[in-house]
Design a binder for this molecule. Structure first.
Ligand SMILES: [Cu+2]
Length: 236
């Protein structure tokens, strides 16, 4: 249910929506971070950023060539990244020591879904306490003490802990046991239809195999039993 506050008669709130007479539902953000202790085909992995980009003009006389450009993210600072939907950006977590049948390193791709950035200013207390919100991707080497992106006790903390503190060391993350952190957010400007009870809303991302298998793994599924689903087999 949306959080609400009263306003004066006739007042039109700038920072929210009137969802009932004199009742303001303030605009707000939902920001999530998921910690993924990756093990793609073995404990040691590397992360690449992939952008789909057009070929340079001199190698592209008809103007229609484009390709997937992979860039290794070798350290923690290099792996602080933002989405770029215009480039179809995704990140792939590869095992550099394993290959599929075509010789590509086995990998999974992290495909962002709906996303945005926090709208609080950089000096705001919420940004200091939850600096993880300012990047959509963080990658760290595995450490058993590093479980929560804003540290263990963010609510009353002056800030600066968690991901921003750990990644200051700029540790190497190439071909090692690593953790991928993905931030995703929705800016919620309430609407009449959110009152009095909101419909379900969803947000998320995808993890898909990327040259992890040698072909579509569904091709290896055994055929259905001969009479599967027929009336004579199940119901007569
Ligand atoms: Cu909301």
């Amino acid at each position: 249910m949306v959080s609400t506050a009263a306003v004066m008669p006739g007042e039109i709130p700038k920072y929210g929506t009137l969802i009932a007479p004199q009742l303001n539902a303030p605009i707000h953000q939902h920001i999530f971070n998921v910690r993924m202790d990756m093990t793609v085909d073995g404990p040691n992995n590397s992360v690449y950023e992939v952008d789909i980009v057009p070929e340079e003009d001199d190698a592209n006389p008809y103007g229609n060539a484009f390709y997937a450009q992979s860039t290794l993210l070798p350290t923690e600072q290099a792996a602080k990244r933002l989405i770029d939907p215009m480039k179809g950006r995704y990140w792939k977590i590869v095992n550099p020591e394993k290959t599929n049948a075509m010789g590509y390193p086995t990998a999974y791709k992290l495909i962002p879904g709906e996303n945005t950035l926090p709208l609080a200013r950089s000096g705001a207390s919420v940004i200091k306490r939850a600096t993880y919100m300012t990047q959509h991707l963080w990658v760290t080497p595995y450490s058993p003490d590093e479980k929560f992106p804003a540290g263990d006790y963010p609510n009353q903390h002056p800030g600066g802990v968690g991901l921003p503190q750990w990644t200051e060391a700029d540790r190497p993350i190439e071909n090692t046991d690593l953790v991928v952190w993905h931030t995703f957010a929705h800016s919620h400007s309430p609407r009449a239809e959110d009152w009095p009870v909101m419909p379900v809303a969803t947000i998320g991302f995808s993890l898909k195999p990327l040259n992890f298998f040698d072909e579509n793994p569904a091709n290896d599924v055994p055929p259905s039993p001969k009479n599967h689903g027929s009336k004579s087999a199940c119901c007569s």
